[in-house]
Design a protein around this ligand. Sequence first.
Ligand SMILES: Nc1ncnc2c1ncn2[C@@H]1O[C@H](COP(=O)(O)OP(=O)(O)OP(=O)(O)O)[C@@H](O)[C@H]1O
Length: 323
Amino acid sequence: MSSESVAPVSRPKTTGLHKGAVRPGVEKVDPIIVADGIKRQFGGLTAVDVEHLEIPRGAITALIGPNGAGKTTLFNLLTGFDEPNEGTWMFEGNSLARVPAFKVARRGLVRTFQLTKALGLLTVLENMKLGASGQRGENFFRSLFPAFWRKQDEEIEEKARVILQKFKLDAKEADFAASLSGGQRKLLEMARALMMDPTLVMLDEPMAGVNPALTQSLLDHILDLKDQGMTVLFVEHDMHMVRHIADWVVVMAEGKVVAEGPPDTVMQDQAVIDAYLGSHQDVDLGVVTGRHEGELPPEAADLLAEVEELDEAISSDESESTK
Ligand SMILES: Nc1ncnc2c1ncn2[C@@H]1O[C@H](COP(=O)(O)OP(=O)(O)OP(=O)(O)O)[C@@H](O)[C@H]1O
């Protein structure tokens, strides 16, 4: 996604989310997730090693970090799709340790899934129905009370259609999901998650593969989730998107949380700059941060350009808001 494709978002950021000085593991005023001592090892590799992390309720939190930082693994752990070697984590004050993924989802913590090949062969409406909660649909009971199940199916379809309409996918309900564009698939992934009436929606790279024409619509839908009272946690590589919609940013590197805070603070954090230059440890970071003259490798120059661009965006936002 290019920076030009993102129109400024006028909806206000949620602030006042943390207690005390901003630092990794900082306490939140109203945390929806509290994780402690979470470790996940694959053989000799420690993919996740998070000492303490709180996700603020009612806000949009971005989880960022370089490739292999452990973001997806942490997502899988929090949602019950994987189990840590150590650690505890609470959602709404209740432990989720050893709670299977489908029960985690029923409790209101729902994640989006990339549309797999198999799901692509189902229609848009069928995909939505698969995402529905409360389907106590065991075949035995179905055969005993067919009328009851028909009614439940009808209710689920009705709910699916209301959500599809919001996402402007209603005209496509009978189409195979595989026929949707990249952006429409992302919308369907989000719409499907809403069938569970989630409290917390976790989005995995919501902007990946999205045509710039649909970018703004996706951003708006994510902001709508917050306006409707939901908490959002998303993994994203696109820093422009993070800057525009995140109220809070958590930065991971090598399995650990290396920084967190509001986007404008985090983007200038030395630990974040270091994390993104992880594969260029030979680079003099004084050069990257502009303290010394010197040659920058292309990746470092790109990062610096991005940081400068964000700085400019922040100052122009600030001057707009003081007018
Ligand atoms: N099932 C697995 N078996 C072995 N190693 C794994 C497994 N899953 C993840 N890893 C390793 O754990 C580390 C963290 O991976 P993870 O996918 O969580 O990172 P990430 O931050 O999501 O990266 P990306 O941004 O590239 O998706 C990587 O070194 C990865 O190779």
